[in-house]
Design a protein around this ligand. Structure first.
Ligand code: NAD
Length: 251
């Protein structure tokens, strides 16, 4: 540990598993005070952090939580918006309900979180906001990621808008765009696709691997290293960008 985030308070959404958990772990191991949140609080067990159930789809929960955090910590230094969901399919498979759910969880949640936690950061004149987008966004189109790709493109737009609005007030806002990363939800997508298509799970998994030029999936920790850099003062001149950690997927 080199204490790269010593003295900072960092809040992570969807920290129960996958990329969010790896980020919360990495930040804690680098000396940050971490507030780890998830819809399913039981998944947060084992993290060295203050643990809190938080549904990023609930404006009411976020506002109440924001007031608690403001009372206890004042401003947070780092906000990582990680919660997201993959809708599988094309435009023809996407109902209005699917579309609205995807945008609510993947994009509007970030709007709610930033609107709640940014004012205290502005008072402190410092803060790093990191939004988890995807290589599948405005960067790459891939089959069967219609609603997902649209939401993750919106995350990049939201990120740039926040960065531009507050660039002279000490706030940096960046997006991370992972390629395909080993995670519990990827395992779920592999199982579901295998069931739907009748292809063996190993063949479905190989399909995900094949779209990664490095010939392997990424790990959540590889994403967490980039988040660590963007969170800390080493990235003090970096804002408003979509940063790929994608094993060459977008080359
Ligand atoms: P995951 O999908 O396995 O886990 C998601 C977590 O989000 C779970 O712990 C779940 O309980 C929580 N969650 C679900 N709904 C929530 C809500 N309403 N409020 C709060 N928490 C909620 O994790 P992952 O695959 O690592 O994905 C994390 C993020 O990274 C997502 O935004 C995803 O789109 C993005 N991403 C993932 C990959 C990948 O290949 N895994 C690639 C690119 C981007």
């Amino acid at each position: 540990m080199s204490n790269r985030l010593k003295g900072k308070v960092a809040l992570v959404t969807a920290a129960g598993q996958g990329i969010g958990r790896a980020i919360a772990d990495k930040f804690a191991s680098e000396g940050a005070g971490v507030i780890a949140t998830d819809l399913d609080a039981s998944k947060l067990q084992g993290l060295h952090a203050r643990l809190h159930k938080l549904d990023v789809r609930s404006e009411q929960d976020i506002e109440a939580f924001g007031r608690d955090i403001a009372r206890e910590f004042g401003a947070i230094d780092v906000l990582v918006n990680c919660a997201g969901y993959v809708h599988q399919g094309t435009v023809l498979d996407c109902t209005d309900k699917d579309w609205d759910f995807s945008f609510d969880l993947n994009v509007k949640s970030m709007h709610r979180m930033i609107r709640t936690f940014l004012p205290a950061m502005l008072e402190k004149k410092s803060g790093s906001i990191i939004n988890i987008s995807s290589a599948v966004s405005s960067i790459r189109g891939v089959p069967n990621r219609y609603a997902y790709g649209a939401t993750k493109a919106a995350v990049i737009g939201l990120t740039k808008a926040v960065a531009a609005d507050f660039i002279r007030r000490g706030i940096r806002c960046n997006a991370i765009c992972p390629g395909t990363v080993e995670s519990p939800s990827l395992e779920g997508r592999i199982a579901a696709l295998s069931k739907e298509t009748g292809r063996p799970p190993d063949a479905v998994r190989q399909g995900f691997v094949d779209r990664q030029p490095m010939g392997r999936l990424g790990t959540a920790e590889e994403v967490a290293w980039l988040a660590l850099f963007l969170a800390g003062d080493e990235a003090s001149y970096i804002t408003g960008q979509a940063h790929l950690v994608d094993g060459g997927m977008a080359m």
